[in-house]
Design a binder for this molecule. Structure first.
Ligand code: OXD
Ligand code: MN
Length: 590
């Protein structure tokens, strides 16, 4: 009798013929399998054991120094029609892409084991979850996928029930950057990645499936696949609001998702649902319901400390994989920003010498199960997801952009997200600190034309919809080269205002760019901020914003005729308000 696994078996056979592995291993996701992989990697030197007394079951992986980040210039969306990929993606015709990459896959697994990894993105019994199968020759990828996804037998059983899955083929190849490609074939629900073992390029469930392919599927099916953390904010009265927030890579999503409220907030609690990816769908009640498709965190290590993210630090002292961090003399993991300990060996395994640069690579990472986080919410396993009250966009902006503002409605919110800009970080190769537009923090991850993506976002505004309120935050404002806002736990003050706006319990002032808190609307107690600093954080520099909106117009025009007219009209509305003589400030209610 035909089984729904026939297509999977045929595909595995076909890939084995192409790549010619010595062995094929179907992953069951068990603890015994994980331990066997760890043993294997300890033997080959792919992993070294960290101090078992301080960090039991923790391992260090040192990657090839040329393979430490996502490679956007080698990442392609290979849709049949170039226009569908849009100017925001690199495009290659599917036939040419298959030919090019299959030539690199030919025979690439000789002498290696081919691992078949069935995985599920999202709670295993959630209607919002989707399955995939990754084929890889990297045991490091298998071990990481076990932490990051629901991997193994349960996922295979769901694939057998449903028959459909995303196909992901990965090989580290020979790690030659000249033979490295990350290719997506959205119409075929297929990913092919070769030449890199780095997380975002190689753990195909994450960016490749859960964002690029899923965003394409989401558009067709009426949902959203977003680069967002999800947190729950519980008040002392026991009321919890769920918030999703999009920041570009390495801009603090993990820290915000695990925030511990400061002393000024007795009885408040932040619950972590996810730190990187959010899938949202309108529910029967008109609200957006969200799941985190991942099961673990692949977080940036440098800067993570007892001061910036105590929950993260506490979850990293057992059962974790570290990639490209430094080591202390007694084999504890170390990175810049940790106040204790000092590095003895750097991320490349050399004796530490400051002349060689930072001890840990700036994009060094930890991989750890979400369940190890003290703020992890059991609602992360809820098959229905959680209802989202607010969406927050944010970027790294040294100047102009205030601490927080609220979009006046959904359409304005979509414009605010589309117009997002941020200074680049080490999460991708290329220059760091350059301002680029990064709509909804999805520039590297949207699997289709941004103009169509903006239209898709606008389409959620239907009469029956009860959409979240939309906000924009900027923790990174600088004066005299220093950050003005303390950030980290104190971001709770901004979250409180955001939730207050959702409840209609706190005020704001209307401005052309959106509604801003007045000083009296924010809890600023105990913060060492003077008048000049507060003016900077809570002010609107109209001339600066006129220039910003001119830049945004150029950006929206770069998508040509596909840019939704509605978005351009919304832009024109704000632009004209900015140009009009300033009216007396008006309090915004509700
Ligand atoms: C990540 C990224 O790894 O955004 O999450 O680069
Ligand atoms: Mn990310």
């Amino acid at each position: 009798m035909a089984s729904k696994l026939d297509a999977l078996n045929r595909w595995v056979d076909e890939i084995a013929r192409l790549t010619q592995p010595d062995r094929i291993h179907w992953c069951d996701g068990s603890e015994a399998e994980y331990q066997a992989l760890v043993e294997l990697m300890l033997d080959t030197g792919d992993l070294t054991e960290l101090n078992p007394a301080t960090h039991p079951n923790c391992y260090l992986h040192r990657s090839n120094p040329s393979d430490v980040a996502r490679v956007e210039h080698l990442t392609f969306v290979c849709s049949a029609n170039a226009e569908d990929a849009g100017p925001n993606n690199h495009w290659m015709a599917p036939e040419e892409a298959h030919r090019k990459i299959d030539a690199l896959f030919a025979g690439c697994m000789k002498g290696r084991t081919l691992y078949v990894i069935p995985y599920c993105m999202g709670p295993i019994d959630s209607p919002l979850a989707r399955c995939g199968v990754e084929i890889t020759d990297s045991p490091y990828v298998v071990a990481n996928m076990r932490i990051m996804t629901r991997m193994g037998e349960a996922a295979l059983a769901r694939i057998e029930r449903e028959g459909s899955f995303v196909k992901g083929l990965h090989s580290i190849g020979d790690l030659d950057p000249a033979k490295r490609f990350i290719m997506h074939f959205p119409e075929e629900l297929t990913i092919k990645s070769i030449g890199s073992g780095y997380g975002g390029n190689a753990l195909l469930g994450k960016k490749c499936h859960a964002l690029r392919i899923a965003s394409w599927q989401a558009r067709q099916e009426g949902w959203l696949a977003e680069h967002m953390l999800i947190l729950g904010l519980e008040s002392p009265q026991g009321e919890t609001h769920y918030v999703a927030a999009a920041f570009p890579s390495a801009c603090g999503k993990t820290n915000l998702a695990m925030l511990i409220p400061p002393a000024a907030y007795p009885g408040w609690k932040v619950w972590t649902i996810g730190d990187d990816i959010c899938w949202m769908q309108p529910g029967p009640d008109g609200r957006l319901w969200a799941i985190n498709p991942e099961a673990g965190f692949f977080g940036v290590a440098p800067g993570t400390s007892r001061n910036t993210n105590p929950n993260a630090l506490a979850m990293l002292d057992r059962d974790a994989i570290f990639t490209n961090v430094a080591e202390t003399a007694d084999q504890q993991p170390w990175w810049e920003g940790l106040p204790d300990g000092k590095p003895a060996r750097d991320w490349q395994g050399r004796d530490y010498d400051p002349a060689n640069g930072p001890a840990a690579h700036p994009n060094s990472r930890f991989t750890v199960s979400a369940r190890q986080c003290a703020s992890w919410s059991p609602r992360a396993e809820d098959p229905q997801g959680v209802p989202i009250s607010a969406i927050i966009f944010g970027g790294r902006r040294e100047s102009l952009v205030p601490l927080v503002f609220e979009a006046r409605d959904w359409k304005h919110g979509v414009l605010v997200g589309a117009a997002m800009g941020s200074e680049t970080t080490a999460a991708a190769t290329g220059a760091v600190g350059v301002l680029r537009r990064d709509s909804m923090a999805m520039k590297p991850f949207c699997g289709y034309n941004f103009a169509d993506y903006f239209a898709h976002w606008l389409s959620f505004d239907r009469p029956s919809a009860k959409l979240p309120k939309v906000f924009h935050v900027n923790w990174f404002r600088k004066a005299d080269g220093k950050f003005v806002w303390p950030g980290f736990g104190d971001n709770m003050r901004v979250l409180e205002w955001i939730v207050g706006r959702c409840n209609g319990s706190v005020g704001a002032v209307e401005t052309p760019i959106g509604n801003l808190p007045r000083r009296e609307d924010l809890n600023l107690a105990g913060l060492p901020l003077g008048d000049a600093q507060l003016d900077l954080l809570l002010g609107v520099d109209r001339e600066g914003w006129v220039r910003e909106y001119a830049g945004i117009a150029e950006y929206l025009d770069s998508f040509g005729a596909r840019t939704p007219v509605e978005l351009k009209e919304e832009h024109a509305r704000v632009r004209d308000e900015l140009a009009a003589p300033a009216a007396a400030p008006r309090a915004a209610v509700g």
